[in-house]
Design a protein. Structure first.
Length: 230
């Protein structure tokens, strides 16, 4: 009886000790998440990466989120949805539904982004055009935002400049994208940051493959950071 009681006491004490050991681990996880959030914020406000028109897109991420888009592809002259539609009719229906949301007021931004985007959002510019378009790289039909002379991604942004500012990518992969017909496939080099929430893409079909062709942005993660929760 004494032995059993002693064993039970040891197990209870071990459990309590385990709780105390687990606490620093949880704190470390919170620190890692905070660091990720801080780096993501730095990326999303970096004017060496984005043209001024990108900040209007980021302030309107609820439109993309509401359309069910999990990612957007930010090019220098357009923003393209990540979802691929098999027919132009499907894409046109989605574009028409999204266009109806463009006149409503933007959601309130988180304080840090409201401050950083203030000048860009105060600019008097024509409305962004919502349309459906064929994405020539893989011949899919997608949603697209455009505006004449808009700049969403800096035109001469290189991966060398990104690495100089943020360090080496967390992950680098290669993807071959096959189009219809006899066109040569595109070979993409994809450099990931912030746990894959941002992907810088270079294409071997670009006149200068060292230039960043597009940035793929995780819509739910970016919207959760940029847009105020209430």
């Amino acid at each position: 009886m004494y032995k059993a009681t002693k064993v039970l006491s040891i197990l209870v004490l071990a459990g309590i000790a385990g709780l105390f050991h687990a606490e620093p681990r949880a704190s470390a996880m919170s620190g890692a998440q905070a660091a990720n959030s801080s780096q993501f914020e730095k990326f999303l406000t970096d004017r060496n990466i984005w043209g001024e028109d990108a900040f209007q897109v980021f302030a309107s991420l609820d439109r993309w989120r509401g359309a069910g888009e999990s990612s957007i592809l930010v090019f220098t002259d357009k923003v393209v949805g990540g979802s691929k539609f098999e027919t132009p009719e499907q894409a046109r229906e989605k574009a028409a539904a999204m266009a109806r949301t463009m006149n409503r007021a933007n959601m309130k931004l988180s304080p840090e982004f409201a401050s950083s985007y203030k000048a860009a959002l105060a600019r008097k510019t024509p409305a962004l055009q919502v349309e459906s378009a064929r994405f020539m790289e893989d011949d899919s039909f997608r949603l697209q935002w455009k505006r004449e002379e808009a700049e969403f991604l800096k035109k001469q942004l290189t991966m060398r400049a990104v690495v100089a500012a943020y360090g080496a990518p967390e992950k680098t992969t290669t993807e071959v994208v096959q189009a219809l017909g006899d066109r040569r496939p595109a070979v993409l080099t994809i450099s990931e940051y912030v746990g894959g929430m941002l992907k810088f893409v270079q294409s071997d079909l670009s006149p200068d493959p060292s230039i960043v062709d597009r940035v793929v942005l995780n819509v739910p993660a970016a919207a959760a950071l940029v847009l105020a929760s209430h």
